[in-house]
Design a protein. Structure first.
Length: 249
């Protein structure tokens, strides 16, 4: 993959504050075939379909401006970037994750019968920075890890200390440099076997002529608790309809 780095800009915090940075990531999943076979012991076609779908590469963008960022799959993004508008006004076609790094807040698009913007605190990851290093083009990366026992995940990140952006794919943030590569290992609860892994690898960093990133104006903002209650009611109504029951208020 071709790596594009613009060092005369990326090393300047002042320019960061004035410029919209876009990091393009390639992503893919790797599944534990033994785990898939355990879940679907007699259905060869379903196992192959799951493995095939998981192995497809996808492209995501992390766009950052003034300690505010949005992370999203690229299916809709390029059309918006090419219209030379002064603002990105994200609609509700795809799930997006907005991060207010300065105020430690996330806004996540979630859909039921319609799409909402769910507001929550930005996760605080207790990273362990290791001595391991490697190169990404001409840029030196350092390794950091984090184990979340609550959801049985192990996170491995490679970040660039010279790029003073404390952000990365999905929810992951808080390292002293931009996360260039991220590996999320989903573990089986009872032992350290990896059930599946998800990878993000940056392949390009570029600048965009965009003045601002704004939250979707038409979406109602809910707290995490408000959305969970709404989701419970929605799921119960769906069960009632399927089972032929009376829809609840």
């Amino acid at each position: 993959m071709k790596v594009i780095l613009v060092f005369f800009c990326l090393v300047s915090n002042m320019i960061f504050g004035q410029t919209t940075i876009q990091i393009l990531y390639q992503s893919e999943s790797i599944l534990n075939h033994d785990e898939i076979e355990r879940l679907f012991p007699s259905d060869f076609d379903i196992r192959n379909q799951i493995i095939s779908e998981a192995s497809k590469q996808r492209e995501y963008s992390l766009i950052i401006k003034n300690d505010f960022s949005v992370f999203m799959e690229n299916s809709k993004l390029y059309n918006q970037l090419q219209d030379n508008s002064s603002k990105i006004d994200f609609g509700n076609e795809n799930a997006r994750l907005f991060k207010d790094l300065n105020n430690k807040i996330i806004y996540e698009e979630k859909s039921l019968n319609k799409t909402y913007l769910v507001k929550d605190s930005l996760p605080n990851f207790k990273w362990k920075i290791l001595n391991e290093k490697k190169k990404w083009g001409e840029l030196e990366l350092k390794k950091a890890t984090f184990v979340n026992e609550k959801d049985s995940t192990e996170i491995i990140a490679w970040f660039a200390p010279k790029i003073r952006i404390f952000d990365g794919p999905e929810y992951y943030n808080g390292l002293p440099g931009l996360i260039i590569e991220l590996q999320i290992n989903y573990l089986r609860n009872s032992n350290p076997d990896i059930v599946k892994s998800y990878f993000y690898k940056a392949n390009k960093i570029e600048f965009e002529s965009i003045n601002d990133i704004v939250l979707p104006r038409k979406l109602k903002i809910l707290s995490r608790e408000e959305f969970q209650k709404l989701e419970e009611n929605f799921n119960q109504k769906t069960i009632d309809i399927i089972s032929g029951g009376v829809e609840r208020d």
